[in-house]
Design a protein around this ligand. Structure first.
Ligand SMILES: Nc1ncnc2c1ncn2[C@@H]1O[C@H](COP(=O)(O)OP(=O)(O)O)[C@@H](O)[C@H]1O
Ligand SMILES: [Mg+2]
Length: 715
């Protein structure tokens, strides 16, 4: 019942608008009739004055009506705009750095888009030229049509008739060609803008810090890239075209009309736009009401579904009447809305049909009066009727364009937001490219938390891995091991402290050089949807001739235990890995990832749980490949496999973002601290000889047996 009440309250609004419009139209009709009846009264000298008085009377009534309507519309528009703005601000992508920079609203967006279109100025200049040509020809057509009528109305002026007809034909042809060329050039500009926006967007996205991707769903980003970009360029481009065409058209139409007959022009211009826009706006309101009605019916449907779907439950509560009442209530809302819609229909239909015709009558009244007085020619009146139609369709197009432009500007806002987002840090800031690389990596007093999260992940963390050293990180999951690996790759910046490579701050080093020195094998190898060859040689384009690269690739694949299975694939190294490497097994992918790391001969190797996602059999193969990879390089290995950890030169136990303890396997076992506990827990009751050996001597263990039992893990 409450909903019905609200609907009824809303129902008062259309009544008010309808009343204003209908009374406006009635007074207009009355004024017209009054003027027409009185004129021309026989022997009444003031006939012309009467007509003009009636006319101004009508215009006053009309302007008041239209003003009320316009105010009403403006209010609704502003409200919708405010609502739209506040919902925009809740958008996750709008959060972050760019927010201050993106002020300026619609006008700002338009200015930025104009700047984005600036490189296409020559295309736009061509389009504008044809725009003007087309508009001039278009505006000339009614004039020549009137000329033809004039030529045939006062006696038959054959030559004027022919001339005017030729001019008319010429204008039509020029109009057609001009419109075509203008449209084509605008389409080309849209396509160029589309390409440019996408390219810039891609650049902007590639420059973002990784924390942006941590907090932003990928779907949102791709939707911006695809839907919003298309909406921006296509809808906006198309509508700009329509907008400009109609605006320029209107300008030229008015110019021609003023030149032809200033008095009639003033009248037409006062009446036609108002009539067109009012009926347009009214149509929009009416459609909105229709939508509301449909929604309320859907709500009633939901209640019915719920009721019939759970009938047994409802019966067991003897709640049939209750549900029937709930359904009736929804239907009542629907009925009220439909009734309101029906009332709207009166005003809607009246406006849509009567307004344009009444405005035409007004022009005819005054124009006819002028012709009868001999102050203008009948052809001019014909021209004006045609002008009125052209003008009214131009204004009607403008009404369509407005709402679509607003939508497209909303999409533009979103795209521009992303285009202008400033990354938290510039990952391309450094420029130093040292000639020598020792491969020493150090974290000094690092404090780190992920941007936008309040949990401190690393606290005053220090670690130095000497050139050629193999350092293992272990400890409970969530301790911060992977975060260390990410910091070394400069995916994030530490909040405090420094991350050094060969004694230099990472942000001073050239990003390409740095990444060329580092090899990474992670838990889930990510292969790109390309061939095996392209995956292994990824990022090495131009480092050698094709033959050299081929030899390097095969050598790397052999050392990574991958050559045999890749050669056995039907297409060998040309086999497509498929989306994210789904064509290959986990162990195969990992060995390709190892080959990819090997072929680059990195100075520093980062291994993050590289074998943890594999079954025992592929783990042994991958482990062997990893050992090949680790020889002779600085290695930082995050592992849970006891044998890998125990074999390291140094073990660092990371717990709660801090170094819990560090030393060799023997040291740590002897200390009997966290590490020894972890080892013992993993091996607790373990029957494996290898495991027992690990606990006692450390390091010396039998790989064969280790692979047979489930590999002992440390977490
Ligand atoms: N991308 C991320 N964004 C926010 N928090 C993260 C992210 N990655 C990891 N964390 C958090 O940081 C902490 C350390 O994680 P991580 O370095 O992955 O630990 P480990 O590798 O030792 O298991 C965890 O609490 C985890 O929830
Ligand atoms: Mg981890």
């Amino acid at each position: 019942a409450r909903e019905g009440g609200r609907a009824r309250a809303e129902g008062a609004a259309p009544w008010a608008v309808g009343l204003v419009l209908v009374s406006g139209m009635c007074s207009l009709a009355l004024a017209l009739a009054k003027a027409a009846l009185r004129w021309p009264a026989p022997g009444h000298a003031g006939g012309a004055d009467d007509v003009e008085a009636g006319l101004w009377w009508a215009m006053a009534a009309w302007t008041a009506t239209a003003g009320a309507g316009a105010l009403w519309v403006a209010r609704a528009r502003v409200r919708a705009h405010v609502r739209q703005r506040s919902s925009d601000l809740e958008d996750p992508l709008l959060g972050g750095e760019s927010q201050e920079g993106s002020g300026g609203g619609r006008a700002g967006a338009v200015r930025k888009l104009a700047k984005l279109s600036a490189p296409d100025w020559h295309v736009l200049a061509g389009a504008s030229f044809f725009l003007v040509v087309g508009a001039v020809a278009n505006a000339a057509v009614p004039r020549f049509s009137g000329g033809v009528v004039n030529a045939v109305s006062f006696g038959y002026d054959r030559s004027a008739f022919r001339t005017q007809l030729c001019l008319l034909t010429g204008a039509a042809v020029v109009n057609g060609i001009g419109s075509g060329c203008r449209g084509a050039l605008f389409l080309i500009q849209i396509a160029r803008l589309n390409r440019r926006v996408r390219e810039r967007l891609m650049e902007a996205l590639l420059a973002q810090d990784l924390s942006f991707y941590d907090v932003t769903p990928l779907g949102d980003i791709t939707s911006r890239m695809n839907n919003d970009t298309s909406k921006l360029t296509d809808t906006l481009g198309l509508n700009t075209n329509v907008l400009l065409r109609n605006l320029v058209s209107i300008a030229f139409l008015l110019g021609f009309m003023l030149h032809l007959e200033p008095r009639l022009t003033l009248l037409t211009f006062a009446v036609v736009p108002v009539a067109t826009v009012t009926s347009k706006v009214y149509g929009t309101f009416y459609r909105k009401k229709t939508k509301e009605t449909q929604t309320s019916l859907a709500e009633a449907g939901t209640v019915a579904d719920e009721t019939l779907g759970a009938l047994a439950t409802i019966r067991s509560f003897a709640a049939e009447e209750l549900m029937a009442a709930a359904y009736s209530e929804k239907l009542e809302t629907f009925y009220v809305l439909q009734k309101i819609q029906a009332y709207w229909y009166i005003a809607y239909m009246a406006t849509m049909t009567a307004l344009p015709q009444l405005s035409q009558a007004l022009v005819l009244l005054y124009g006819g009066h002028l012709v009868l007085e001999g102050r203008t020619q009948p052809g001019t009146l014909v021209s004006f009727l045609l002008y009125q139609q052209t003008l009214s369709s131009a204004f009607s197009n403008l009404g369509d364009v407005y709402s679509q432009m607003m939508q497209a500007l909303g999409a533009a806002d979103k795209v521009l937001e992303l285009l202008e987002r400033v990354p938290l840090f510039d990952n391309r800031s450094g420029a130093v490219r040292p000639l020598e690389c020792r491969g020493e990596v150090a974290l000094v007093g690092v404090q780190f938390q992920y941007p936008g999260r309040d949990r401190v992940v690393l606290k005053n963390f220090s670690l130095c891995v000497k050139p050629g050293e193999c350092c293992a990180l272990c400890g409970p999951s969530g301790g911060g091991k992977s975060s260390i690996v990410k910091l070394i790759q400069r995916f994030y910046e530490p909040d405090l402290g420094r991350v050094l490579f060969d004694g230099r701050d990472l942000h001073t080093l050239d990003a390409h050089w740095l990444k060329r020195q580092i090899g990474l094998v992670g838990q889930e190898p990510v292969l790109l949807a390309r061939s095996v060859r392209e995956n292994i040689l990824f990022g090495l384009e131009g480092e050698g001739t094709t033959e050299e690269m081929e030899a390097r690739m095969i050598k790397a694949a052999q050392r990574a235990n991958a050559h045999a299975f890749v050669s056995a694939l039907p297409d060998g190294y040309e086999t497509q890995c498929g989306e994210k490497g789904t064509m290959l097994s986990g162990g195969q992918k990992q060995r390709i990832a190892i080959a990819r790391a090997l072929v680059r001969e990195p100075r520093l190797l980062l291994l993050d749980e590289a074998t943890s996602a594999l079954d025992a059999e592929s783990e042994a193969l991958v482990q062997a490949a990893l050992e090949e990879l680790m020889t002779g390089r600085t290695t930082l290995v995050v592992a849970h496999r006891l044998s890998t950890i125990a074999a390291a030169d140094r073990i660092v136990v990371v717990e709660g973002g801090e170094v819990a303890e560090a030393g060799t396997h023997e040291d740590l076992i002897r200390r009997d601290g966290t590490y020894a506990q972890l080892v013992r827990r993993q091996l607790g009751g373990g029957s494996s000889r290898a495991s027992k050996a690990l606990l006692m001597a450390g390091g010396e263990q039998d790989d064969e047996e280790g692979a047979e039992d489930a590999p002992p893990t440390l977490e």
